[in-house]
Ligand binder design. Structure first.
Ligand code: FAD
Length: 114
């Protein structure tokens, strides 16, 4: 009984997935090697195929085919992901997130000098 939970809906799945993806960006190397860059490009391509909300996946694939993942640095990848997330925010009528703040939200935290 303690573990009787329902399958995630689109919102729950989305929130968990964004947490995961932005955290991946927060730990992506500042100066990734060519093979690390290649792996991240592949990961995002495969992510777009297996994301378990088909209409979400379809729109994400369309957007990322026009906006190829930027994987040259951690900062670049974090911002690319922020743009991808903002694309979905716009579609859902949610406020746009200021991408200058992505690193504070997902890596460094908000405290001064941290
Ligand atoms: P979320 O959008 O899940 O965001 C979580 C937190 O991330 C926010 O509280 C904020 O602190 C931070 N945040 C917000 N915007 C940004 C940003 N741009 N950059 C960095 N951090 C940010 N839902 C649908 O109904 N239809 C869809 O087509 C759809 N497509 C999706 C596609 C993908 C690839 C993913 C991962 C999710 C998709 N979702 C979709 C789910 C949707 O994006 C939300 O996750 C869901 O609606 C829950 O929203 P939320 O308000 O909890 O915040």
């Amino acid at each position: 009984e303690a573990y009787k939970e329902d399958p995630p809906d689109v919102e729950q799945l989305g929130k968990s997935t964004w947490t995961f993806l932005h955290s991946v960006a927060a730990t992506y190397p500042e100066s990734p090697s060519p093979s690390q860059q290649d792996e991240m490009r592949q990961f995002m391509r495969i992510f777009g195929k297996v994301y378990p909300c088909w209409f979400c996946a379809e729109d994400f694939q369309k957007w990322s085919s026009k906006n190829e993942p930027k994987v040259n640095t951690q900062e670049e990848f974090g911002r690319w992901l922020c743009d991808a997330h903002n694309e979905v925010n716009a579609k859902l009528g949610k406020p746009k997130f200021d991408c200058n703040l992505w690193k504070r939200r997902w890596k460094d935290g908000w405290e001064e000098g941290k």
